[in-house]
Design a protein around this ligand. Structure first.
Ligand code: SF4
Length: 61
């Protein structure tokens, strides 16, 4: 992916962190994209985006 971001709809459920901890982390009451995120993990980033219950994860490939 070229770019991955999380919008403020995030409810901090932790699902994206479970699916792809190399890219996502929980920080307080929101998930964020890690500073050292491995954006080459396209399949799992896509899976996290598709699994997010509030569709808060967005990406550009
Ligand atoms: S899966 Fe969606 S709602 Fe859950 S922590 Fe990740 S971005 Fe937030």
């Amino acid at each position: 992916m070229k770019k991955v971001w999380i919008d403020d709809e995030c409810i901090a459920c932790g699902t994206c962190v479970d699916i792809c901890p190399e890219v996502f982390e929980l920080e307080g009451d929101v998930a964020t994209v890690r500073a050292d995120a491995d954006l080459s993990l396209d399949d799992r980033i896509t899976e996290a985006a598709e699994t997010c219950p509030v569709e808060a994860i967005h990406c550009e490939s």
